[in-house]
Design a protein around this ligand. Structure first.
Ligand code: GDP
Length: 313
């Protein structure tokens, strides 16, 4: 069914991959500019719903960043995300929005969750999430609980998705605030240009992550709009674990950096093993990611080289 969709965070990393796919599926998209509707201002959020009158909402707007950004700005992360989301969901409910897609993150699971991580483990297994990103990850998960509460009390068909470690074009490539794949693409690229012989990576290289290319995340969101109606969120990832060391070697080889890699143990490792159970992604969404890690890194690096002016550095 063709819908009039309000998409927040449309200019962000996932939003940019999602918009063309939603258009292709025939939906009408309204993507408000941040300057026009400040989502931390309740009156502006109310005005947004009044002005747009959407059939459905995809709420992607968030304050995001990698492990160091989370460590440095925990207060901003928790306030901006929880402040915005709490207001946004409440105003969506009051505006009569029946269908809403929310996205939070794999970092919301308990730090010692068994692997692969099933959606049911959220709040139940593995204790608190990793401490470095806890203020972001628990804040995002708390607003998922708000969504669950609204489903139960008001009978709304609102659902959540949990992307794994997403990467791809339009990501944040900055040195301090980025996630590992874009951060390393950028750092290896400039190390190669400078002709460095040594490269210092963070942590021990032992953590394991489950990466997913952003176009695959976007594709799964389009399908979720049609097929996901359950209270339990759905993990969207590759379901394949790879060590940070191996990831780093793959990126170095794609970028063409030939120096030596050293590890800086004073930098945080974060969550040690984070691999997702993706069986519900397969059964409920009928979806399988298409882009393998090396191919995805290659596409991301090509994009980075061509778009250095507009890349978030
Ligand atoms: P996380 O998946 O939420 O922990 O966030 P990140 O993508 O920022 O980090 C993933 C892992 O990569 C952590 O174990 C980091 O210590 C490690 N890592 C190694 N080098 C880097 C780097 O240059 N940037 C980032 N962001 N992470 C790095």
């Amino acid at each position: 069914m063709k819908m009039r969709l309000l998409v927040t965070g449309a200019n962000g990393f996932v939003g940019r991959a999602l918009l063309p796919k939603l258009s292709k599926a025939g939906h009408e998209i309204i993507a408000p500019a941040r300057q026009e509707y400040d989502l931390l201002e309740q009156a502006r959020v109310r005005a947004l719903f009044r002005d747009v009158e959407p059939d459905a909402v995809i709420h992607l707007a968030a304050r995001v960043g990698g492990i160091m950004a989370n460590k440095t700005y925990p207060g901003e992360f928790i306030y901006q995300n929880m402040g915005m989301n709490t207001i946004f969901l409440e105003e969506a409910r009051k505006a009569g929005v029946k269908r809403l897609l929310y996205s939070f993150c794999g970092c919301s699971f308990g730090k010692n969750s068994p692997n692969p991580i099933k959606e049911e483990y959220l709040f139940r297994e593995g204790g608190l999430p990793d401490e470095n990103a806890m203020f972001y990850s628990l804040g995002k998960a708390a607003n998922h609980l708000q969504l669950v509460a609204y489903r139960r009390q008001y009978g709304l068909d609102w659902v959540s998705l949990i992307p794994g470690n997403a990467y791809g074009p339009h990501d944040n490539f900055s040195e301090k605030n980025s996630h590992v794949v874009p951060g390393l693409i950028r750092r290896f690229h400039f190390a190669k240009e400078r002709g460095d012989r040594k490269f210092t990576a963070w942590g021990s290289g032992k953590p394991v992550r489950d990466f997913v290319y952003v176009d695959d995340v976007a594709e799964s969101f389009v399908l979720a709009l049609e097929r996901h109606h359950e209270e339990l969120p759905i993990n969207v990832s590759s379901g394949v674990g790879i060590s940070i060391k191996e990831t780093m070697e793959t990126i170095a080889s794609v970028v063409g950096f030939e120096g030596e890699i050293e590890w800086d143990a004073s930098k945080p490792d974060g969550h040690m093993v984070k691999v997702f159970d993706v069986s519900r992604m397969r059964s409920v969404l009928g979806f399988e990611p298409k882009v393998q890690l090396e191919e995805g890194i290659r596409k991301t690096y090509d994009w980075f080289v061509k778009h250095q002016q507009e890349a978030r550095l």
